[in-house]
Design a binder for this molecule. Structure first.
Ligand code: ADP
Ligand code: TRP
Length: 321
């Protein structure tokens, strides 16, 4: 089974990204043949600076490798190193009805928020379809927010296969059963766009400070507290053992425990959880050439597959050599 997913390079990754998506990507490596790439072409739709494009791409690469990406087994590359995908995007664009893209909610939401869209943003799902189809992917693990893009991909693949010949594997979506939404320190969904994140590899002192600042209600120490309504408990669930979590749950319900106590323990557990990977992250920062080499090797392997599929698609539409 070929598994493929793309990650947008939009800065250093946070614990919401890790528990919501990355951890599952990394787990899938054990059983499947995985293709993971850094979607830098997609990132251009929000017009980052050139320095941001390059810097964020390397940050995401280092985060993934430090956290356990298997650089031998898994094919890991930078999307723009295989430009064949943009040619396939064009071939797919020509069988994609405008209406299909006009219905995409992630596009509509951005426009509704007042963003003046560029053509890249509108065509974004076609590039995503090309990413998936060019590598003959069977399974695409993504968050629920991407479900519609995978449906669009299936639709485009079927249209192309019917209009010409059966060039593409029609992929299945694999909605990551995430640990629900990871809250940020202000209690909203943890997201870069809200400035409420805890980055996976930020300095330990800063992790501690942020955790101590997590928003909680004003229930007095003596009173019982509802763990299901507490942001600190939501994060404890991610890193505490089931036994320890059960103990915290009864401390909450019995009263006599202050949130500060739970926060201190949460900080310890969170820091311990990522500790084994920190050293590797630092090593990678001091050896960027190695990171670039991993991406270059991945691109070579990805390109071989992409070229073959693109050639079939070119032949199918009549662009014969
Ligand atoms: P951000 O909102 O910080 O820009 P992205 O949209 O780039 O994050 O998210 C990348 C992936 O990480 C998504 O597929 C999403 O499923 C997952 N993710 C992001 N934030 C969270 C969160 N707070 N809780 C759970 N999963 C998340
Ligand atoms: N759009 C995806 C996101 O924002 C990233 C992405 C680009 C992707 N191409 C892909 C995901 C192909 C899966 C498959 O998260």
């Amino acid at each position: 089974m070929r598994v493929l997913s793309g990650i947008q390079p939009s800065g250093k990754l946070h614990i919401g990204n890790f528990f919501g998506a990355m951890r599952q990507h990394l787990q899938l490596q054990a059983e499947h043949n995985c293709f993971y790439f850094i979607a830098d072409y997609h990132a251009l739709t929000s017009n980052p600076t050139p320095a941001e494009v390059a810097g964020h791409t390397l940050d995401v690469a280092m985060d993934y490798i430090a956290l356990g990406l298997d650089t031998e087994k898994t094919i890991f590359w930078r999307q723009s190193d295989v430009p064949e995908v943009t040619e396939l995007t064009w071939l797919l664009s020509c069988v994609t009805p405008m209406g299909l893209l006009q219905r995409c909610t992630s596009y509509k939401d951005k426009v509704a928020q007042g963003l003046s869209p560029n053509h890249g943003l509108f065509a974004y799902p076609v590039l995503q379809a090309a990413d998936i189809l060019i590598y003959n992917s069977d399974l695409v693990p993504v968050g629920a927010d991407q479900k519609q893009h995978i449906e669009v991909t299936r639709d485009i693949a079927i249209r192309f296969n019917n209009a010409y010949s059966k060039v593409f594997t029609v992929p299945k979506e694999h909605i990551i059963k995430s640990v629900a939404v990871v809250p940020g320190i202000d209690g909203r969904k943890m997201s870069k766009s809200y400035g409420n994140t805890i980055e996976i590899f930020e300095p330990e002192v800063s992790v501690r400070k942020k955790i101590m600042k997590i928003v909680t209600d004003s229930t007095p120490v003596e009173d019982p507290k509802d763990p299901d309504k507490c942001n600190v408990f939501a994060l404890l669930k991610l890193v505490a053992s089931p036994e320890e979590l059960a103990e915290w749950e009864s401390k909450y319900r019995n009263g006599g425990m202050g949130y500060g106590q739970a926060k201190k323990r949460l900080a310890e557990l969170m820091i311990d959880y990522f500790k084994p990977f920190r050293q590797k992250r630092t090593k990678l920062e001091n050896n960027i050439d190695y990171v670039k080499e991993v991406l270059a090797k991945g691109a070579e392997r990805a390109k071989a597959v992409a070229r073959e599929t693109l050639e079939k698609a070119r032949q199918a539409v009549g662009l014969k050599k």
